[in-house]
Design a protein around this ligand. Structure first.
Ligand code: ADP
Length: 298
């Protein structure tokens, strides 16, 4: 009962009605019971013990992510986006408030969550398959060798890298390396995929191709995804919702429902006038932040 009350409070704190224009329905489940991640009044930051200073990165954030939802996060540089996903991953603790996954406070990293980093974080001396296996090797609940091999084959097939098992990272393009990073995250079958600017380091053409592939991968794996990007276009193309964060200390400025049909990256969404409206709406929110930051400085 107590938990239900907390959930209701949280729902009120999130501006869920914000659709940035027309009220078309969204494609994601809305049942409250389907909340996978719940941030409750979270304040986060970093302490410098030597200088005895404290930097507040995020202030009083309340947000929930639903099962199977793709939540994109955009906001000015330094507004606390990475801080947020690092807390969900369990790398960092909030200074105040709680982050819950499946109703339980996050107390550290866990097999239910996997992170994909911008710089791929591959081990250069290991082949593609050995890089993917790495995610399972040191786990207490690691599957048998046979199952590990099956899972690696399955994950590599999902990201379109069958045939590259024995290649080394330096033999692959940036896009392929990032797909290895995604396979490594998916191989452990996490409930939640956390992605911090995963396509930030690849060129524009590869990025578009990767987004399209990634949309297919996610459609197949039904993953819950929290995805940081600085690209409004990417957020609109991939997200079920886009959380727009304000200047630091970051707060949720608005959560925008992306009511575009899927698949989107087959080209249909680009020409849909609604996607232009959504991009413009998010852009205007961020523009207001940029102006606010300028005024604060002058
Ligand atoms: P974003 O991902 O939105 O660019 P971050 O979450 O990386 O923002 O950072 C938010 C703020 O916290 C920034 O001002 C950044 O300089 C600061 N910060 C991030 N990581 C650390 C850290 N390990 N120690 C001290 N300050 C940090």
């Amino acid at each position: 009962m107590a938990q239900m009350a907390a959930g209701n409070r949280l729902d009120m704190a999130v501006p869920q009605g914000a659709t940035g224009g027309t009220g078309a329905p969204r494609a994601v489940p809305t049942a409250k019971a389907d909340t996978v991640i719940a941030a409750k009044n979270v304040t986060a930051g970093y302490e410098n013990r030597r200088k005895k200073t404290r930097l507040i990165a995020l202030r009083d954030i309340s947000l929930e992510v639903r099962r199977g939802e793709f939540l994109a996060i955009v906001g000015p540089s330094g507004c606390g986006k990475s801080t947020f996903v690092n807390m969900v991953a369990g790398f960092l603790k909030p200074l105040a408030g709680t982050i819950e996954v499946e109703g339980k406070p996050v107390r550290g990293t866990g097999a239910d969550r996997a992170m994909v980093f911008q710089d791929y974080a591959l081990l250069p001396w290991r082949t593609v398959e050995k890089n993917v296996i790495f995610a399972m090797e040191n786990r207490r609940d690691r599957p048998s060798k046979k199952e590990q091999a099956e899972r690696v084959a399955e994950a590599l097939e999902l990201v379109g890298l069958t045939g590259f098992e024995k290649s080394y990272p330096h033999e692959l393009s940036g896009g392929m390396r990032q797909r290895v990073g995604i396979a490594r995250a998916l191989v452990t079958k996490p409930d939640i995929l956390l992605m911090d600017e995963p396509f930030g380091a690849v060129d524009a053409m590869t990025r578009e191709a990767m987004q399209a592939e990634f949309e297919k991968i996610i459609a197949q794996s039904h993953q819950t995804v929290v995805f940081i990007t600085h690209s409004i276009d990417e957020a609109v193309m991939l997200g079920d919702r886009v959380a727009v964060i304000s200047n630091r200390p970051g707060r949720i400025k608005e959560i925008v429902d992306i009511d575009l049909p899927r698949p989107r990256l087959d080209g249909s969404a680009k020409t849909n006038p609604r996607s232009a409206e959504l991009r413009e709406h998010i852009w205007s929110l961020l523009q207001a932040e940029a102006l606010g930051a300028k005024e604060a400085k002058s």
